[in-house]
Structure formats: structure tokens, C-alpha cells
Ligand binder design. Structure first.
Ligand code: PEP
Length: 253
């Protein structure tokens, strides 16, 4: 069976509660037609998760969070635990986004602990990996991504691994308007799948959805999603406007 395309919108630190509700009310009707073909998620900031969950009831758009803490509870001021995200209605949690790696010192080992917490809480991780421009220019793309994939995922078995989502997001393409060409992206996606095959065997590796992220727009989505190992998109900027995000959702014919 083929992998079901998965398009997720990472809103980052954007949208008030009122704006978030308005966006998802419009979005749910704009994408209601693609019910079985595409899995669709939005990842609002923590403050909007509950109202957005309510606004998405009985729709085909599901909820994701942008991060969580590795512990289930405790003295971690300012943090949010995975069971809390499950309680509010999240199905997925984005982990290891490059902004968190670069600005907040997130490491592969830390991401791996968060993956375990997300699974324990009954959700699934979207694990972000990707190289910087300097690493690409130094021909280190595949080795950097390999270290990240292994560092974040090698502690898990194939039963759980088959349900994970990996997002390949070249750092130089995030929020810059520069997209990897479909060829550049496919090369890395195929490499990631090869690594997953090494970790979990062929069947599990074939089941994992690998999203591409980095300035995905309505006009480049079809080409990217047409590649054999690109199974979806993690969309930042373009997920903040209903028309743009809906067009990406519908891009794969
Ligand atoms: C992201 O932050 O995950 C992302 C891909 O952002 P953008 O689409 O804005 O490049």
C-alpha cells in the first residue's frame, strides 16, 4: 500500500486565539474534499491548541504541537509535557525543528528523549532533520542528516518506527524563499529511507512518511510531492494563509 500524503502546517509563534479560530474554520471547509487522500495537520502555538481543537471537531484536519518536554510532569517552569498535549487533542508533535536546534540548543539526544515521551503519551513524532548552508557547501549534507536520523531514532524499534514521520528541512530553505530543487530533496529523502531500512528493515522503512520542508508554496508543491520519496510537506509561512495552505494540500493530483 502506498504512503498517504501528509501535509502539516507549522504556525510557529504566530496567531492569537481569535486569529487561529478564524483560520481553521476557513481551512476545514477549504480542504474537506480531500478526506481520504491526504492527512492534514496544523500546529498552532500552545495557547491556541485547545480552541483550535474545538474548532476542528468532526473535520479532517488534525492537531499537532510544535514541541514538548521529555518528562511527563514536574518542576520544569515554562515547559509543556506530552500527556498535556495528548489531553488537549494533539495527534503529532513536531520535534527537533532547526529553529529549536539553532536558537535553543536542542540536540539529537534530547530529541530522542522527547520522541520516547511522545510515544508514551500516545502520539506520534514528526522528527525534523536538515543541514545548514555551510554544511551543504562543504558536501556534508548526507552525513549531517545521517547523524541526526541515527541520533534521534536509533533507540526505537520497527513497530513504532514505521509510524514515525521524518521531516527533511534544509535549514537554508526555511523561511528564506529558497527551496531545494526536487532533485536535491529526493536525493536526501532516498538517503533517509535507506538509513531507516538499515535501522528497521525494508517494510518499516517503506511505511515511514518523509516530509519535505523549506519554503514550500502552492507553485512548487506539486513538483516536490511528485518525487518517489517525498511523502508530504511541513509548511511554515504558507500555512498561515488558508488559500496557500489549501493549495498545497491539493497539489498532489
Ligand atoms: C518550517 O519552519 O518548518 C518551514 C518549513 O518554514 P517555511 O515553510 O516558512 O520555510
Amino acid at each position: 500500500m502506498g504512503r498517504r500524503t501528509f501535509i502539516a502546517g507549522n504556525w510557529k509563534m504566530n496567531k492569537t486565539i481569535a486569529e487561529a479560530i478564524a483560520l481553521v474554520r476557513e481551512l476545514r471547509s477549504a480542504v474537506s474534499m480531500v478526506r481520504d487522500r491526504v492527512e492534514i495537520a496544523v500546529a498552532p502555538p500552545f495557547t491556541a491548541l485547545h480552541p483550535v481543537a474545538k474548532a476542528l471537531e468532526d473535520s479532517n484536519v488534525i492537531l499537532a504541537a510544535q514541541n514538548c518536554h521529555a518528562e511527563a510532569s514536574g518542576a520544569f517552569t515554562g515547559e509543556v509535557a506530552a500527556p498535556m498535549l495528548k489531553e488537549v487533542g494533539c495527534s503529532y508533535v513536531i520535534l527537533g525543528h532547526s529553529e529549536r536546534r539553532q536558537l535553543l540548543g536542542e540536540t539529537d539526544a534530547g530529541v530522542s528523549r522527547k520522541v520516547a515521551a511522545v510515544l508514551k503519551a500516545g502520539m506520534l513524532p514528526i522528527v525534523c532533520v536538515g543541514e545548514t548552508l555551510a554544511e551543504r557547501e562543504a558536501n556534508q549534507t548526507l552525513s549531517v542528516v545521517e547523524a541526526q536520523v541515527k541520533g534521534c531514532l536509533s533507540g526505537f524499534g520497527k513497530e513504532e518506527g514505521a509510524r514515525f514521520v521524518v521531516a527533511y528541512e534544509p535549514v537554508w530553505a526555511i523561511g528564506t524563499g529558497k527551496t531545494a530543487t526536487s532533485r536535491q530533496a529526493q536525493e536526501v529523502h532516498a538517503h533517509v529511507r535507506e538509513l531507516l531500512r538499515g535501522l528497521w528493515g525494508r517494510e518499516a522503512a517503506e511505511a515511514v512518511r518523509i516530509q519535505y520542508g523549506g519554503s514550500v508554496k502552492a507553485d512548487n508543491a506539486a513538483e516536490l510531492l511528485g518525487q518517489p520519496d517525498i511523502d508530504g510537506a511541513l509548511v511554515g509561512g504558507a500555512s498561515l494563509k488558508v488559500a496557500d495552505f489549501a493549495a498545497i494540500v491539493k497539489a498532489k493530483g
